[in-house]
Ligand binder design. Structure first.
Ligand SMILES: [Fe+2]
Length: 305
């Protein structure tokens, strides 16, 4: 059976959200914090559950590979992941299963498309905090296999336009791999929007009296972009994206959002905003594009009676 992408989520990865949740896997303890974003993820988790995917694919800006696009290629990975910037907030013991067959298909398709692509086969590999935070917030049960994609960061080494053209190719390659392996897949773009941030952390990180957008122009950009996406103006958004990246220092530059939309075929359908909030001043939105509800993918098969 031909596989399909059943949904895509903008699912940002500030480690503060995991810290605020106090899951057993994370060492530091908090008094909560960033609730509007954590409640947004709660809604996203419920819709993800209803989509019944076989696999979650996540592209993270914080697994940086200088040469090419890499894919996790070890069936089971475990270890401790520490955020190098916020080791006080994120020291997380992870354990996850990788859909290696799909990862290999993605890698092959990416090479066919002319990209430099490589499988990551180190069994002791420490998965980055971006991948883990997005996956933990979307599916804390860790019971769905994943495919992890690195950020080649070509938009930084080349230029935004060329780099994002690569992400477009990578997205289309990902779609072909999903179709040919017969998977029912959900894509996760692990990106913050405006990325101006504080330079000093409040003494108590979860003291929400201290949380606010770092810059008003960044906030205004976020609102503008979210509004367009809520209206389904995806083509318009992608025309504006280079300016958004430039003026709001937006993390979508690292490519996950373009990858996800290229894979979904850039559907001009309204995205559902589950919530917006800032984390150390950066703008974060949890949004969903449900391709089943839009009539672009099949509903999950009913379980056999
Ligand atoms: Fe980030």
């Amino acid at each position: 059976m031909k596989g399909s992408i059943v949904g895509g989520y903008l699912a940002p990865h500030p480690p503060h959200l995991v810290y605020g949740e106090n899951p057993p896997q994370n060492e530091p303890r908090s008094q909560g914090g960033w609730e509007p974003l954590r409640w947004a993820y709660e809604k996203a988790r419920a819709s993800l559950e209803a989509l019944k995917p076989d696999v979650l694919l996540v592209h993270s800006p914080h697994w940086m590979t200088q040469v090419g696009h890499h894919f996790l290629g070890v069936p089971h990975l475990s270890g401790k992941s520490v955020d190098p910037i916020f080791p006080n907030l994120f020291r997380y013991s992870f354990e996850l299963d990788v859909d290696v067959e799909l990862a290999e298909a993605c890698c092959e398709e990416a090479r066919e498309a002319g990209l430099v692509a490589k499988m990551m086969r180190n069994p002791n590999f420490r998965v980055d905090y971006g991948t883990i935070t997005t996956l933990h917030m979307m599916r804390p049960q860790w019971d769905i296999p994943i495919v992890g994609l690195s950020a080649n960061n070509s938009p930084y080494y080349l230029n935004t336009k060329e780099g994002l053209q690569e992400m477009d190719l990578l997205g289309k390659a990902t779609r072909r791999a999903i179709e040919r392996t017969g998977r029912r897949a959900v894509l996760l773009a692990s990106n913050t929007l405006s990325h101006w941030h504080f330079h000093e952390e409040p003494e108590l990180p979860e003291d929400m009296t201290r949380e606010h957008p770092e810059r008003f122009d960044g906030y205004k950009w976020d609102v503008r972009v979210i509004d367009m996406l809520r209206r389904g103006e995806v083509d318009e958004y992608f025309k504006l994206q280079p300016q958004f990246i430039e003026e709001a220092f937006a993390e979508v530059k690292s490519g996950a959002f373009t990858w996800m939309f290229a894979a979904m075929g850039y559907p001009n359908i309204p995205g559902e905003l589950h919530g917006y909030g800032t984390v150390i001043g950066t703008g974060n939105a949890v949004m969903e594009w449900n391709l089943v509800e839009a009539g672009l993918a099949d509903a999950p098969a009913k379980a056999a009676a």
